[in-house]
Design a protein around this ligand. Structure first.
Ligand SMILES: [Zn+2]
Ligand SMILES: [Zn+2]
Length: 599
């Protein structure tokens, strides 16, 4: 789970940021400071060096940090009036620190400063009481990169130095090892090697182009979601990507969310149109497009919807943070009495997906409202109580690990996040389920109850598979690029022992498989058979059929599976029957221990 402020490791990482800044100031006098927080694998600090920084100096900084630790410096807290602190940093020439502090000045009277040795920083703490508490073998400096002051491209470009810090030397080494391993399977690398997706400056930053292979992955995922959603009673809708701004004023995205939206197009005599950052308002309009009766509830509207968000260019990263994405979205409109059941189905649907993809280490985070500080939440105590109790009951029944965090709910209702760990152990939110008892009212959504009265429905926002971009990036890394047969871009490669003699048989089998809508190729190129089989392994093709004279004579194939040494000879008809079952049952044959169906 995420580190908490008073976690000893957090405190150590945070203290190390101060120690690093102190070391940098000793080695590079005149260096100015930005921010220096703890992060989930260590710490960083942003520096404004007088001369361009050379990363070859990182070992010198690390050595100086160890000297500072050996000096056994105390961390001493001082509470000083704001004006005094601002003056101190101005006198030191710390313009950025002073700027930030002036912004804070209207939030309180005084601010805390921390001294260690000759170094002073503004900080809320906490820190270790003495630098000698930091074991010298549990941290190291990692790398440096450019970073704008407060992420703002129009401001100073600073040098950010990252450090790693863990509870022990062993954990540090294990993290570095896992990260090296993970680099081989980074989704950006796999995306290129396996020709899944690409990005082009000609198109724009953060706007992925899905290549034919990657498009297969998306479509297989969509097919799965559509089948399961149909079984769960969802109805599909399609909505436009651009919309009149009024819709977003009604939803409340404008003006508050404007920074995260693409700038508007001014058309139709002064009307602004926006690219949609979310699908919700469109589904609300569909619900409200005619009077609704309680007999229609729950109404579950689903859409694989394309949304666009104007993320800062510095934060874009492969498929993990993009500007254009496609969401596995749906909105469920229900009565208060139906809420618990609907929520249960949504959680069960997640569970089914996670079981299918063998995502084992996951847990739920339930964000509740703050019972004391209720000001920032919709004032509807009954709805809060009813919905939070219902969610807790569902969690308990289903038996998935769950942590509760008070005060993190959205202003319009509690939410449940599915948390997973990526390959280097970083916690990520895989999907969010949001309960909403305010927005239906904003959109004036109502239904006539069995009592003949008009009621406002609740709304559940859910997206179990998140976006194609994030979910497929996660699967690419988790599967190390090896997809199960049912998802694989190329499902079967047929390699004749000799193209001249058995090429026709290979083509005949390929045509038969293609006829049954399998993705298949017969490799009739000039390379040797062994070379073709090696290339197929590099491309992680799940099934290779080797065919020669014996196979042709008996209408059979020799079947080799990716990652398996042994091969199997069987009649083609039998192979076909197994393949059909693998597709139909969505068998995860990319996991070694998966048992294949019989013909
Ligand atoms: Zn600090
Ligand atoms: Zn929504």
């Amino acid at each position: 789970m995420e580190e908490k402020e008073h976690d000893p490791l957090y405190t150590r990482r945070h203290s190390l940021a101060h120690v690093m800044a102190a070391a940098v100031r000793r080695l590079f006098p005149g260096t100015k400071l930005g921010f220096g927080p703890a992060i989930d694998n260590g710490f960083y600090y942003d520096f404004q060096f007088a001369e361009p920084f050379d990363a070859e100096r990182l070992p010198d900084i690390e050595a100086e940090m160890r000297r500072i630790i050996a000096e056994k410096q105390d961390f001493v807290r001082r509470e000083v009036p704001f004006a005094e602190a601002v003056k101190f940093f101005e006198d030191e020439g710390e313009a950025l620190k002073a700027e930030y502090m002036r912004e804070l000045a209207d939030k309180g009277e005084s601010i805390s400063l921390y001294d260690n040795g000759e170094f002073t920083d503004m900080c809320a703490g906490p820190h270790v009481d003495n630098t000698s508490r930091i074991p010298v073998d549990c941290f190291c400096l990692d790398y440096s990169s450019g970073a704008y002051w407060r992420g703002d491209q129009s401001r100073e470009m600073l040098t950010r130095i990252y450090g790693l810090a863990f509870g022990s030397k062993k954990e540090l080494k294990e993290f570095i090892r896992a990260r090296e391993e993970a680099k081989k399977y980074d989704h950006r690398k796999l995306g290129k090697d396996l020709e899944l997706f690409t990005m082009s400056e000609k198109v724009g930053l953060g706007l992925p182009l899905w290549l034919p292979n990657g498009t297969v992955l998306r479509e297989e995922l969509e097919k799965l979601a559509k089948e399961w959603e149909q079984r769960d009673g969802y109805k599909r809708v399609v909505t436009p990507v651009i919309t009149n701004e009024q819709l977003f004023y009604t939803s409340g995205h404008l003006p508050y969310y404007a920074d995260s939206m693409y700038p508007p197009m001014n058309i139709d005599e002064g009307q602004n149109y926006y690219l949609k950052p979310m699908n919700c308002p469109f589904h609300h309009v569909i619900f409200g497009s005619r009077p609704r009766s309680y007999r229609e509830l729950p109404l579950r509207l689903a859409e694989y919807g394309n949304v666009y968000r104007y993320e800062a260019s510095g934060t874009l990263a492969g498929l993990l943070r993009v500007r254009g994405m496609c969401m596995n979205d749906a909105h469920i409109y229900c009565s208060p009495e139906q809420l618990e059941n609907e929520f249960r189905s949504v959680i069960m649907l997640h569970k089914r997906y996670y079981e299918l993809f063998r995502i084992e280490n996951y847990w739920l985070r339930l964000s509740l409202h703050d019972e004391i500080n209720t000001k920032k939440y919709v004032n509807n105590p009954e709805a809060w109580k009813q919905s939070e109790d219902a969610i807790r009951r569902v969690m308990k029944d289903i038996g998935i690990a769950c942590e509760e965090v008070a005060g993190e709910a959205a202003f319009y209702g509690p939410k449940v996040d599915f948390q997973i760990r990526n390959v280097v152990g970083r916690e990520e939110t895989a999907s969010t389920n949001q309960l909403d008892f305010a927005v239906p009212e904003r959109f004036n959504l109502t239904y006539t109850g069995s009592d003949g009265e008009v009621h406002t429905p609740y709304c559940i926002h859910r997206a179990p598979l998140g976006t194609h971009e994030r979910f497929l990036a996660f699967l690419m890394e988790r599967f190390k690029g090896v997809f199960p047969t049912w998802m694989s871009p190329l499902q079967v490669l047929i390699v004749p022992v000799s193209v001249e003699r058995f090429g026709a048989y290979a083509e005949k089998l390929a045509a038969e498989l293609n006829d049954r809508l399998f993705r298949v190729e017969a490799d009739l190129g000039p390379e040797s058979m062994n070379k073709k089989i090696r290339t197929a392994a590099t491309n992680k093709i799940p099934n290779i059929l080797v065919v020669g004279g014996k196979e042709e004579e008996t209408q059979s194939v020799t079947w080799r599976r990716h990652g398996h040494q042994e091969q199997r000879s069987l009649p083609f008809a039998e192979f076909l029957a197994i393949l059909e079952k693998m597709r139909q049952q969505r068998v995860m044959d990319n996991f070694e221990d998966t048992i294949l169906p019989e013909a």
